[in-house]
Design a protein around this ligand. Structure first.
Ligand SMILES: Nc1nc2c(ncn2[C@@H]2O[C@H](COP(=O)(O)OP(=O)(O)OP(=O)(O)O)[C@@H](O)[C@H]2O)c(=O)[nH]1
Ligand SMILES: [Mg+2]
Length: 258
């Protein structure tokens, strides 16, 4: 992985950085970057050698704006490891908060101020489709899938947030320093579920702000059937780990009780 952007610069321009994973987002980046840079945040694009030249577009922005950074990875390595690389980098740079969002305007930058506003109240703030005021503008089958994933997260994993699969989030740096992010096994969309499970297990405060989630207008979706199967597997694996922890925590019967 190569890094562009921080060698000759002061490490910290703002206290919060947006980690923006990109794979073939050349149509969106030229619109999204200026929208984000109008806000009090830095941006770290994590590009996986996108064939459409997204990495070069990010580079051009980096050259003209000191709040833009770019991590270049050699090939498509998945959304989860892109977050992971961005988190590690942001912690090294001393940012106090990290926002993650998709680069296709499904997560609109207009909600970033609402996330920032809650940073003093919560350790993880989720841009949520499923709290009052939130909404999903997705085709029916995708809405159903997302609702099912959240239903399973609530019933099998006992996760508390209304929207456990949203990728629009603000993490306080302390969360990323404390929870063992390097142990997260899943990649892609399953990563988001596993992260919520860890943050909740470590007792951090989780808050949600409503967002309206729009389907992508430009560029192509990368979610595949394989990702959906992997997410189902992650839920099963986390549920079995939860059951094991609960069994271990249960007090053993005394001899008198036996
Ligand atoms: N660096 C990197 N970014 C990725 C990878 N896969 C997806 N992304 C980015 O992650 C974000 C979410 O991907 P999308 O294709 O929009 O997936 P999605 O939002 O679930 O699917 P749609 O709703 O159909 O758009 C986008 O910014 C993608 O460019 C990857 O392997 N590496
Ligand atoms: Mg998307």
């Amino acid at each position: 992985m190569t890094l562009s952007g921080n060698s000759q610069r002061p490490a910290k321009r703002t206290s919060v950085v947006v980690v923006l994973p990109t794979y073939n987002e050349a149509e969106n980046l030229p619109l999204l970057l200026p929208a984000l840079l109008a806000l009090p945040v830095s941006v770290c694009v994590v590009d996986d050698n996108s064939p459409d030249g997204s990495g070069a577009i990010a580079e051009a922005w980096r050259e003209k704006d000191p709040r833009v950074f770019v991590l270049h990875r050699p090939a498509k390595l998945g959304l989860g490891t892109a977050y992971q690389a961005g988190f590690r980098w942001a912690l090294e740079q001393g940012f106090s908060g990290v926002i993650t969002m998709d680069a296709d305007f499904s997560h609109h930058p207009c909600y970033v101020p609402a996330l920032l506003k809650e940073m003093d109240n919560y350790d993880l703030v989720i841009g949520s489709r499923y709290v009052p005021g939130g909404e999903v503008r997705y085709p029916f089958h995708r809405r159903l899938l997302s609702r099912m994933a959240n239903w399973i997260a609530h019933t099998a994993l006992r996760l508390q947030p209304h929207d456990c699969t949203a990728g629009f989030r603000l993490y306080r740096a302390e969360v990323l320093r404390t929870v063992p992010i390097d142990t997260i096994f899943s990649n892609g969309y399953s990563y988001l579920l596993e992260m919520v499970e860890l943050v909740q297990r470590y007792g951090f405060r989780i808050g949600e702000v409503p967002i309206i989630f729009e389907d992508r207008v430009r560029g192509r979706s990368k979610i595949s059937f394989v990702e959906i199967i992997k997410a189902a597997y992650t839920v099963a694996r986390l549920a079995s780990r939860r059951a094991r922890h609960q069994a271990q925590a249960r007090p053993r019967p005394t001899q008198a009780e036996q």
